[in-house]
Write a protein that binds this ligand. Structure first.
Ligand code: NCD
Length: 304
């Protein structure tokens, strides 16, 4: 056992060993997540879910994970129902909820919020997305999905497609993949390219990245096509979004003959056609399910 994290803020705080330990434990959690076994290891523990930005999968899979392990959950799904609307500041809210619970999950539009909160409270803090920053638990379930479906992470060629500028899932995932023996391709419109600082960090880790706007060529060798939504809410100018939306459409015709799997953190808007859903390519629903065992593993590591 090498796992030493108190909080889960950025995937960059993890070692490859930390990641592997979570993935291994997640596999043990799968029968419990599927309701084939029961477990009460977190009985008496309470999780505080603080979602200042919209969420479906992340919030509900944390709730499912906690309850499948015998624990409870309190919190809010939008700040509008909390005392934030009365003018309460973030620090007061999180300090109070930390008094009521054993760990906090926070999602906020501002980059750096989870780190700030972790410094304010004594209980473990899990970053469920901070603006365009990081989304480390999504990354762990993304890696778990690759491991479970393709049997490995080392040796893969992973293509990240879509909004690489504002998408926090791809920022976290690129850093995590850099800890493995992978090849990466980044496919996006020029305006939504991966931030230069991320590319710089990757090249310092000796990672070869192929940046392109053309998805066709990449389909010949990618093992994973990781598609993302254009992050409308992060565009400073709606006209810029309007210009770029619909830049990519992955459909079953495009995928014909390729050996890739298609992943997506979801929600999708129009970047993956529904005709991919029930093909052997489409793995995003399975991926979303894996959020439960992976978050069970994370919660057990932090709370036990
Ligand atoms: C992602 C997010 O919130 O960053 N959603 C998720 O947690 N599965 C992706 C997105 O919103 O596009």
């Amino acid at each position: 056992m090498v796992f030493t994290q108190k909080d889960i803020i950025s995937i960059r705080d993890f070692s490859k060993k930390d990641i592997e330990e979570i993935l291994k434990l997640a596999e043990k959690m799968e029968p419990i997540a599927r309701s084939m076994e029961t477990c009460r290891v977190l009985e008496g523990k309470l999780l505080g879910n603080l979602f200042y930005e919209p969420s479906t999968r992340t919030r509900l899979s944390f709730e499912a994970a906690m309850q499948r392990l015998g624990g409870g959950v309190i919190g809010f799904a939008e700040a509008g129902v909390s005392s934030v609307t009365k003018g309460e500041n973030l620090t007061d809210t999180v300090r109070i909820v930390a008094e009521y619970t054993d760990a906090l999950v926070i999602r906020h539009k501002m980059e750096g919020t989870a780190r700030f909160v972790a410094d304010e409270v004594d209980v473990p803090v899990i970053n469920a997305g901070d603006g365009a920053g990081q989304h480390p638990t999504q990354t762990l379930l993304d890696l778990y999905t690759m491991q479970r479906i393709l049997g490995k992470i080392d040796g893969l060629h992973v293509a990240l497609v879509g909004d690489l500028k504002y998408g926090r899932t791809v920022h976290s995932l690129a850093y995590a993949l850099a800890m493995f023996e992978v090849k990466m391709s980044f496919i996006s419109p020029v305006e939504l390219r991966m931030p230069r600082e991320v590319l710089h960090d990757l090249s310092n880790s000796g990672i070869y990245v192929n940046e392109t706007e053309d998805i066709h060529e990449v389909l010949n060798y990618a093992d994973v096509l990781y598609v993302t939504r254009i992050q409308k809410e992060r565009f400073p100018d709606p006209a810029e979004y309007a210009k770029i939306k619909g830049a990519y459409l992955i459909n079953s015709q495009l995928l014909q003959g390729s050996e890739t799997i298609v992943m997506h953190p979801l929600p999708r808007v129009d970047e993956i056609s529904h005709d991919v859903d029930n093909t052997p390519y489409g793995k995003y629903f399975q991926q979303a399910f894996y959020g439960v065992p992976v978050r069970m593993a994370i919660l057990k590591k932090l709370l036990k």
